[in-house]
Design a protein around this ligand. Structure first.
Ligand code: DHE
Length: 543
């Protein structure tokens, strides 16, 4: 799974003398076995996240042969090469795939999708490595870093995370991880950092070591996006959980050794009472009110509140919401969890105190909040906000049923951002700014800049900050400015300027008050930076 796209593409398969792939429907365009294997790997790394391993569709359209065969290779090549305004990336015109690869993928998606293997608890346990046993780990912090202001930065295509000291902006360590780490999460105490690769490899990093590094590792499946730890009193740092895209299941582990304890399948009926074979696990959060994880199954629209206090008698409350569940975060009180149901254009609100769905709120097209942004609106009181992948709208939802009941769980205000293709929105309790990125907008000017609003005067409209311009990377190739993340003090906001793997990228630190670039972190080791997670803000769900 660590095979990078560029490597795969640079070794075109020799078609003639090789054995051909056998497809059940002979109408599918011919491919050699080697081409099929190469395309399978690229599909896994680039396409499966949106279209599903079984190609049944979710964020992206279904790509099963009953649909793709009718479209044919030429049509599919245009779509793959040039993308669509609905969010399909322009793989060829962005320079990320060459014409031969686009042709390969167009032929591949007309074949029957291969069914990947299942993955049991024993399979998981076999992959587990302990680099430093618990008894040999330090009993107190052994370094002088200000741990709470460290950023864990995904280096997507190199299969690493960079730990960057938020105070000095120096790289503390570059740590080998799974491929394309998706998120980083902190243990309740702030000592352990968990990262999960797209290939479902989890790395446990101990921030107390003289130089923070891996202490354990496990591969929990074939494809994954989410990892979380127990936050409830009495269970601090004790339990970890990871959700996988394939197989569709979640795994509960010991927090300090990653020893798998329980695997639970998410296959079953959707909220429309139809069977789904691949309900992938999207976001997971640890409840602050109960010993529970809130686990979101994408395709079924079911939200599972899983009680981790007794794994042998596992109690789960399942809430019906809407399809397809994706990303989300807590409101400012930490009681309500708001999650995007992106195919329904809704936000589901979970009351983690009583274990019930509080509301389903209609928002714009394909909401994509990341963890969202909480602030106090002058009129509506506390609100949580989301931007959208499929529209230029930013939507605010009232989150205070006690003091502002008339606004609670309603979309109280919608205003325009720079354009569609937004992935993340962010503010901080100490800030007056609301930052909205647009990395997937097809217009380079928009994907390379961000919009920032004054939360006390949203009507004034945004100021546009040319973040990529600050990085001074030149005109060389596509760059996307992605994911605002605050430092602990809430006076700096960090952005990734995400270039192709073989091009220079950077992290731009913007002064939150002046909205001017304050620092640019450039280093040849910073390959394809995407998500950034400040230790303190992640540990305490501050966003
Ligand atoms: Fe993400 C969060 C899934 C594409 C960067 N992404 C999430 C979460 C899920 C998810 C389920 C929530 C995890 C949680 O909170 O527990 N992401 C997917 C996909 O299925 C999708 C659409 C396609 C894919 O193939 O993976 C996808 N995501 C991307 C990207 O292309 C991004 C920009 C770069 C990358 O590394 O792949 C990307 N996703 C992120 C980031 C977060 C995230 C940075 C966490 C944001 C935060 O602030 O919490």
């Amino acid at each position: 799974a660590s095979l990078a796209l560029a490597d795969a593409v640079s070794k075109p398969a020799v078609q003639s003398q090789q054995e051909m792939h056998k497809n059940s429907d002979p109408k599918a365009p011919p491919m050699t076995k080697a081409e099929f294997e190469q395309a399978k790997q690229i599909y896994f790394e680039r396409c499966a996240g949106c279209h599903g391993v079984l190609r049944k569709g979710a964020t992206g359209k279904p790509l099963t042969p009953d649909i793709t065969l009718g479209k044919g290779t030429d049509y599919l090549k245009v779509f793959i090469g040039y993308g669509s305004p609905a969010g399909m990336p322009n793989w060829q015109s962005s320079g990320e795939m060459d014409a031969a690869t686009v042709d390969l993928m167009a032929r591949y998606i007309q074949q029957e999708p291969p069914t990947p293997p299942e993955y049991s608890l024993a399979d998981i346990e076999k992959t587990r490595k302990i680099y430093l046993p618990v008894e040999k780990r330090p009993t107190k912090k052994m370094n002088s870093y200000n741990l709470e202001n460290i950023f864990s930065v995904t280096l997507r295509d190199s299969g690493e995370v960079a730990l960057i000291d938020g105070d000095s902006k120096q790289i503390i360590n570059i740590i080998k991880t799974g491929y394309a780490v998706h998120i980083s999460r902190m243990s309740k105490s702030g000592r352990y950092l968990y990262v999960i690769g797209r290939d479902a490899r989890i790395n446990l990093i101990d921030l107390w070591l003289p130089k923070p590094d891996n202490v354990a590792e496990v591969k929990v499946g074939l494809e994954a996006r989410s990892v979380e730890t127990s936050k409830f009193k009495g269970f601090e740092d004790k339990i970890a959980v990871a959700g996988t895209y394939w197989p569709p299941q979640f795994v509960i582990m010991d927090g300090d050794t990653l020893k798998p304890r329980k695997v639970v399948s998410t296959r079953g009926m959707t909220v429309d009472n139809e069977y789904h074979p691949e309900p992938r696990v999207a976001s997971i959060v640890g409840s602050h009110y109960k010993p529970e994880f809130v686990i979101n199954a994408k395709e079924t629209g079911k939200i599972m509140m899983v009680d981790y206090s007794d794994l042998n008698n596992l109690k789960t409350t399942t809430l019906d919401s809407a399809k397809f569940l994706h990303d989300g975060g807590f409101d400012s009180s930490g009681r309500y969890f708001l999650v995007a149901a992106n195919a329904s254009n809704k936000i589901a609100v979970v009351d983690t105190k009583v274990g019930k769905l509080a509301a389903l709120v209609d928002v714009g097209k394909i909401p994509h909040p990341g963890r969202g942004a909480n602030f106090v609106h002058p009129k509506y009181g506390p609100v949580w906000s989301t931007s959208h992948l499929g529209s230029e709208e930013v939507t605010l939802i009232g989150t205070d049923p006690v003091k502002h009941p008339q606004y609670a769980w309603k979309a109280v205000e919608t205003f325009k951002g720079q354009g569609g293709g937004s992935l993340f929105i962010k503010t901080h309790p100490k800030s007056k700014n609301l930052w909205v990125d647009t990395p997937l907008n097809p217009d380079a000017k928009i994907s390379q800049s961000v919009a920032v609003y004054d939360i006390n005067n949203l009507a004034k409209g945004p100021q546009i900050v040319d973040v990529a311009g600050c990085a001074k990377l030149g005109d060389d190739g596509a760059k996307r400015v992605v994911q605002p993340e605050y430092n602990k003090a809430g006076d700096e906001v960090w952005f990734s300027v995400w270039s192709a793997k073989n091009k220079q990228s950077a992290i731009v630190v913007v002064d939150d008050k002046t909205r001017q670039c304050k620092a640019v972190i450039k280093d040849k080791r910073l390959i394809t930076p995407t998500g950034k997670f400040n230790v303190f803000n992640t540990q305490h769900d501050v966003y």
